[in-house]
Design a binder for this molecule. Structure first.
Ligand code: AMP
Ligand code: MG
Length: 326
């Protein structure tokens, strides 16, 4: 299949609409990462997403909506907490998990009776969603287990020849996937950390919010079982900032690279920057991993960010190195 990569304008949005109506898959930008979208009500189209990504079929997809009203046609019960989240945090990089309507196909939710819903704030994502006119289920537009795509070029690396159209938008401003908040249970649970923090959600809901580990590991989000975000080169993590250890790693491994905040930039030519704070860390992490794998055989990520804003980036970092700590 030929993959067209087109700037976002009236013509390309019309084409995207046609492809989605025909049951095809289209990649589009959002403020978090690029998504691989299909009509959420079209089972055959949804299955094409799993094929293009090589994604396990029990890993559910997020349904993206253009407006808040659409939430009521996807969720069977929009709770009071969900209304608060919709009022204060949507559109934005947050996903709510709610009990699903029976019309949402099994393959979208990985067989669960809940559905994940998000309204992106990116104007380019909104233009796509409004143009196609369907709720669009979309995972990140990368091959499964690879770093998520935060530019159209990342999408092209993984999806060329597999989908008919990539909408070529801006680089993703946030850079890591949405915070996933489960509001379908007795207590609100953060199933995946993101740039919207636990404290921000607690302020909006006026009550405590939990991470599943604190309660029961079986409540974890389905997606977290799988290998994730791994670059092609073998990747390690350092969390103690021991300079000698970092230098030893770089000198004892030919073609070794470093992903870290800027204060480590002078340690090697093969340096891939996380900037200096949680926001830049989120914005840069996936591009850093993709840039590094092209020129490094081994990679060390040095973790040097503090505060809960950085939790989402740390979650991606620890998975990308498969838990290999030095
Ligand atoms: P991705 O598409 O890669 O951003 O992954 C979406 C993630 O959202 C999945 O891997 C799940 O962890 C989470 N998710 C989607 N739907 C549900 C659901 N119904 N219940 C719990 N988690 C969900
Ligand atoms: Mg993903």
């Amino acid at each position: 299949m030929d993959t067209q990569v087109l700037n976002i304008d009236k013509q390309s949005l019309d084409l995207a609409k046609k492809y989605i109506a025909d049951g095809q898959v289209v990649a589009f930008p959002t403020e978090t990462v690029y998504g691989l979208g299909a009509n959420a009500f079209d089972e055959v189209a949804v299955k094409k997403i799993f094929v293009a990504k090589g994604r396990p079929s029990d890993n559910p997809l997020i349904v993206h909506v253009a407006d808040k009203q659409a939430v009521y046609s996807i969720a069977s019960h929009v709770t009071d907490d969900a209304v608060k989240v919709m009022d204060k945090l949507m559109p934005g990089p947050i996903t709510m998990v709610l009990k699903k309507q029976s019309t949402i196909p099994h393959c979208v939710t990985g067989g669960l009776d809940t559905v994940a819903i998000r309204m992106p704030s990116s104007s380019q994502a909104q233009a796509f969603l409004s143009a196609v006119g369907y709720p669009i289920c979309a995972p990140s537009a990368n091959t499964s287990s690879r770093p998520s795509p935060t530019s159209w070029a990342h999408v092209a690396e993984d999806m060329d020849g597999k989908i008919p159209l990539i909408l070529k938008g801006d680089d993703c401003q946030v850079g890591i996937e949405s915070t996933v908040l489960d509001l379908s249970r007795d207590v609100p649970l953060i199933l995946r950390p993101g740039i919207v923090t636990k404290s921000e959600i607690e302020a909006v809901l006026g009550k405590e919010v939990y991470f599943p580990d604190a309660i029961d590991k079986s409540m974890n989000s389905p997606g977290i079982r799988y290998k994730h975000y791994a670059p092609c080169c073998e990747t390690f993590l350092n969390v103690d900032g021991d300079l000698q250890k970092i230098k030893d790693f770089l000198s004892s491994n030919e073609n070794a690279g470093l992903v870290a905040v800027d204060k480590y930039a002078n340690l090697t030519q093969k340096f891939f920057s996380l900037g200096q704070d949680a926001q830049s860390g989120a914005h840069n992490i996936f591009a850093a991993l993709r840039d590094a794998e092209k020129v490094c055989d081994k990679l060390l990520i040095v973790w040097d960010l503090v505060g809960e804003e950085a939790d989402g980036v740390f979650n991606r970092v620890i998975k990308s190195c498969g838990g290999k700590i030095i």
